[in-house]
Each structure stands twice: as C-alpha cells, then as structure tokens.
Design a protein around this ligand. Structure first.
Ligand code: AMP
Ligand code: GLY
Length: 437
C-alpha cells in the first residue's frame, strides 16, 4: 500500500489523482485543496479542505497520515516551501524544494542560470534592479521587446510589444512600474515563432521527457483576445509537433538536461519533480520562454492519460534518483483538450451559475477544475471549469471527440472550437515555413 499526499484541487490534480489510482500499486490518496473537486473527491481516502500553502494545516495532516511521499500540483505551494516542510517531517516529494523551485518562481534566476552556465536558449535579455541603462537597452532592442515582472504572476506580469505594449514609451513606463513594485524587471528580445511545451521528469541528475504538447493561451478563436491560463491543447500520435523538426525537440531536451545539472551545480540541491519547459521554435532553432516547476495545466491532461509507464514508479524514481532505470513510454495516440470556461473569462468570469454536462462519450475524459458540486448539480466557481480530453488514433478523431463532449454543456460558458482542428494546425505549420524559409 502506498500512501500519497496530493496537494491541489484543480483539473491538473484530478488527472494526477486518476493516474496514481491506475498504478499497479495499491494507492491511498490524501488530498489537500481549498474546495471539494467533484472528480478528485471520489478518489481520495481523506480530503482536507485547506489552502494549498497553509503550512500549519498541511503539517498537521501529514503528521496524522504519515504519507510515503507527496506531490505538489500547483506552483504556489512549491514557491511557499511546502516540499521543504514535508521533508523536515520525513516525507519526500516528487516536487521541488523551494531553492530549486525558483526555476519557476523567479524568471531572472532562470535567465541568469542559463547565462552563467553558457546554456544556449536565452533571448537577448537584461535584468534591471534600477533604471540605469534601461532606456538604452530598449533603444538597442527596438520595437520588438517583452517586459516581465519577476515572481509568480500566472503569466500576467508579462507584456509583449505589439500585443500589450505600443512602442518603446509604453514599454519603458511598464518596466519602471515593475521596478517600483518589485524592485526588479526583465526586459528581453521578442521571439517570433511557434510555442510548445516539453515537460520532463527530473530526479536531480537524470531527465526523461514526456510527449510534447501545444497549449493555446488566448481566450478566443483565431488566437485573439486576452491571455488565459490555457484554453486547451493537443498532442500528436507520433509524439512530435507538426511544425517542429526532430532537431528542435532534441535542442529542447538538451536545454532541460543542462539546466537540471546547472541547477544542482549552482545550488547544491537536486531538482526533483517536473521541469516544464515553455519553448519557442524560431528561425534558427529553439529558445526558452520560461520554465515551470510543475505539470502544465492543460498540458498534463494530454500527457498522463496516454502514459504507459507506471506513474507511482516514476514518482519513486524521481525521489530515489533512479529515473535512468525507467523508460517513459506513451501510447501512440492523439489527444485534444478543450477547456470549458465561464462567460467573461479571464477578466470578468461569471460565477455561481449552474451548468449541465451531457453524457460523456467513450474516448473522452472529463477533468474538473473550478466547479462546485451541489445537491442539484454543478456550479461555476469563477475560473476554467471543466477540461474535456478526446483520445483517439488521429488528431481529427480526437478533436471531434473532445468537441462532442464540450459542445453539449449548457450554461453561461464558452470554449474554443478551433483547438486541435486541421485549419488551425495548418496555419501554424505555414507560419513556421514562412519564418524558416
Ligand atoms: P511567461 O509567463 O514567461 O510564459 O510568458 C507568458 C507568455 O508571454 C508566453 O507564453 C509567450 O507567449 C509570451 N512571451 C514571453 N516571453 C517572450 C519572448 N521573449 N518573446 C515572445 N513572447 C514571449
Ligand atoms: N499551460 C500553462 C501553465 O500551466 O502554466
């Protein structure tokens, strides 16, 4: 019997819980989350209603349960040092300690790490602690720049020229605002290309990558509208991305491998957990946008349901440093995830309204995020609500499956019909061809 503590209560943790329960090992799940996730609830032996970073509540729960190990789903508890707290109690985690969790929680830490260890992948960038040289660097970059507030902001601190910032004046003003607020700002070259997510398991020494995925950040069809946590994602049966060359994936894999080593060399602490690289394929290869220190949401829902390797074995290998003894294998299936979100999401999402989910067809998985299960049904609670994942032999079939489930939901909700469609994917392939000539 394996007792596993799972921190978090979103769709990401729903699929993590489901995958742990599918293990060949007998698993008892102990979950900590702020609200009762209807999908996770039925899988948990005990469910503690508490904030995912509440140190006192988590300490007491861990002392009572005495889990074999823990998994921290979201970024907040990693940045708050919950893995450190658990380790002090003798509970290891398949998630990183706070020091190496800076890979996500500090964008400047990661940019500086690549620079110091001469790992190729950074765009032209500078970290500023005051206004000295700021105007000159904007002048050097010209019209194509990105300004990033440091720290965990859920992507909201990032502003891109042409998208959120009109011209150098506005860029400078926002950079000064970040400096005044956080004492630190990153200004970097704007990269042009196609983004993809490559997540890797890491035991501190060895890395093993998962199937690559493409997320869709913009709220509306045709990649329009505000940035969101991710409206949906797809992966392909050949475990490639249609717009990538094999050498692009190889480059991304190498960057992650080198960063894992650099993390240990610079901190003396092994990174144990998920290194989720947000990469972008550009004219000449691959660049790093950022790392996250956890599974991507929605990307995890493309990856875990088709993974053949036992997930409990993987977590234990991460903790023991024996990831090199495992081969991570996945089914040669296509996956398409479409997130159902409340009207008004992400800026002014409605909440408190009831939604009705139709019958879920075979080949589709539903993962619950921001929804409350009440006696008379499911209610929206203000963020991405339910993710529907179609799994099939081809992208076309997987897309139709996801569509057939998400399209049946009634209530004040919307989703992106175009995710996983041939029309949208062809556009991306075309864009890459244009860039690379
Ligand atoms: P991040 O929080 O660093 O992932 O940034 C959020 C989003 O901003 C990314 O998914 C990209 O779409 C965009 N972005 C960040 N950095 C750059 C960059 N250097 N060039 C172009 N786009 C970027
Ligand atoms: N897919 C975006 C994220 O998990 O941060």
């Amino acid at each position: 019997m394996k007792k596993i503590l799972l921190i978090g209560n979103g769709a990401r943790e729903h699929v993590i819980a489901e995958t742990l329960k599918k293990s060949k090992h007998e698993v008892e799940l102990f979950v900590v989350g702020k609200s009762k996730n209807p999908g996770i609830f039925g899988l948990a032996k005990e469910y503690l209603l508490a904030d995912v970073s509440d140190k006192n509540a988590i300490r007491d729960f861990a002392l009572k349960v005495r889990p074999d190990f823990a998994i921290l789903g979201p970024e907040a508890p990693i940045a708050a040092g919950i893995a450190d707290l658990l380790l002090e109690l003798g509970v290891p985690s398949a998630s990183p300690l706070q020091t190496v969790g800076r890979l996500e929680s500090s964008k400047s830490f990661t940019r500086d790490l690549l620079e110091e260890y001469k790992i190729l992948g950074n765009p032209k960038f500078k970290v500023f602690y005051n206004e000295e040289g700021l105007a000159e660097f904007f002048a050097e970059l010209g019209e194509d720049f990105v300004v990033k507030a440091d720290g965990l902001k859920g992507g909201k601190g990032v502003k891109v020229s042409g998208d959120h910032l009109n011209g150098i004046e506005e860029g400078l003003a926002y950079a000064k605002e970040c400096l005044a607020e956080g004492g630190r700002v990153i200004v970097e070259e704007k990269l042009i290309g196609q983004e993809f997510s490559l997540m890797s398991f890491c035991d501190g020494i060895h890395t093993a990558e998962m199937v690559p995925v493409q997320d869709h950040k913009r709220a509306y069809e045709g990649d329009k509208g505000p940035n969101t946590g991710g409206m949906g994602s797809y992966s392909c049966p050949d475990h490639m991305m249609p717009f990538l060359k094999p050498s692009d994936l190889e480059e991304a894999r190498e960057i992650t491998k080198k960063v894992a080593k650099a993390l240990f060399d610079s901190t003396g602490v092994y990174f144990k957990g998920i290194m989720y690289g947000g990469f972008i394929a550009v004219k000449s290869g691959v660049r790093l946008i950022e790392y996250n220190a956890r599974f991507g949401d929605p990307e995890v829902m493309n990856v875990l349901p088709i993974m053949k390797t036992d997930f409990v074995d993987i977590c234990e290998a991460i903790i023991d440093g024996t990831l090199d003894k495992l081969t991570i294998e996945s089914e040669k299936k296509a996956t398409v995830c479409k997130y159902l979100v409340p009207n008004g999401y992400p800026d002014k999402p409605v909440a408190g309204q009831r939604i009705v989910v139709g019958e879920i067809p075979a080949g589709v998985q539903a993962y619950y995020a921001s929804v409350d299960q009440k006696e008379d049904g499911l209610y929206l609670s203000g963020s991405r609500a339910i993710a529907f994942v179609g799994i099939a032999d081809t992208l076309d079939a997987a897309e139709k499956l996801a569509e057939s489930a998400v399209g049946k939901v009634t209530g004040p909700v919307f989703y992106r019909k175009d995710i996983g469609t041939k029309a949208l994917i062809d556009k991306r392939v075309e864009m890459m061809k244009m860039i690379r000539g």
